[in-house]
Design a protein around this ligand. Structure first.
Ligand SMILES: NC(=O)c1ccc[n+]([C@@H]2O[C@H](COP(=O)([O-])OP(=O)(O)OC[C@H]3O[C@@H](n4cnc5c(N)ncnc54)[C@H](OP(=O)(O)O)[C@@H]3O)[C@@H](O)[C@H]2O)c1
Length: 234
């Protein structure tokens, strides 16, 4: 059997990235987790296991990505998870914050793929993190709604251009056990729960399970997968 290839998790210091990285560390892959900060990436890597290493990559500065990822080889799976949080209402529009998020998710993610494509195995796969805000806007979601909408169409051209490498997107609903939602008032969470068919928010584990499916199922490419507990049904 082939030696397991490298798994790269860009944004590997957040809970969703870490959980996915842990899955592949446990499976015996060499795993690379990235952060803007080398110390944070290395600390996360040592927490995850001996076969994990940390790298510094700033997606908001796409010209630096090629250098940052230059040492990465033999990529089997790439997960693009990083996020710059931008609550930006159009009447108080903050251009710099919007540019950071748009650059990070659309140009930064694409540049990572451009840099790593020559290092990918023929049966490699990529999962890109979008989110429910693409279909379910809220006041302040203008940038994230458009960027996650961009993720859902970015995968189409990438899946064609990179074939047989597979490219898919995952769109989680509010992930109840991530820091972003653990800190919200009970009333907000109860309201969100009432709008799911399952009667609960999805978990980090649910998202990892779905990301692994997209990375590993050999018949799936160009797919946008919602993992939201049935939000679109209510
Ligand atoms: N949490 C949810 O409920 C939820 C719902 C829907 C979709 N999602 C999607 O899931 C993904 C992860 O979300 P999250 O809530 O877990 O995120 P998060 O906790 O805010 O973490 C963001 C991650 O992005 C990295 N990052 C931030 N700015 C960066 C930059 N300029 N360059 C490179 N890396 C950068 C951070 O690393 P450092 O700070 O160490 O640099 C961190 O690892 C995102 O793509 C998000 O859109 C999440």
């Amino acid at each position: 059997m082939d030696k397991p290839g490298t798994v790269v998790v860009v944004g590997g210091t957040c809970e969703l990235g870490k959980n996915l990285a842990q899955h592949y560390v446990n499976r015996g892959n060499l795993v690379i987790v990235t952060s803007r900060d080398l110390g944070r990436a290395q600390a996360t890597a040592s927490e995850l296991g001996a076969n994990c290493t940390g790298l510094a990559v700033d997606l908001a500065n796409p010209h630096g990505i090629a250098n940052a990822l230059a040492g990465v080889e033999d990529v089997q799976h790439l997960a693009l998870v990083a996020l710059h949080r931008d609550e930006n209402k159009v009447r108080e529009y903050n251009i710099d914050e919007a540019i950071k998020l748009v650059t990070l998710k659309l140009v930064g993610y694409t540049e990572c793929i451009h840099v790593l494509a020559p290092k990918m195995r023929e049966d490699a796969s990529i999962v890109i993190f979008g989110g429910l805000a693409r279909n379910q806007p809220y006041p302040g979601s203008t940038t994230i709604t458009t960027v996650n909408g961009g993720v859902s169409t970015l995968i189409n051209s990438l899946a064609l251009e990179l074939s047989p490498i597979r490219v898919n997107a995952i769109h989680p609903g509010q992930v109840g056990d991530t820091p972003a939602w653990l800190s919200k008032p009970k009333g907000v969470i109860d309201n969100l729960i009432s709008r799911t068919a399952l009667g609960r928010l999805v978990t980090i584990e649910d998202v990892t399970h779905a990301a692994v499916f997209l990375l590993e199922n050999r018949g799936v490419t160009g797919v946008n997968l919602r993992v939201d507990g049935g939000r679109m049904m209510k």
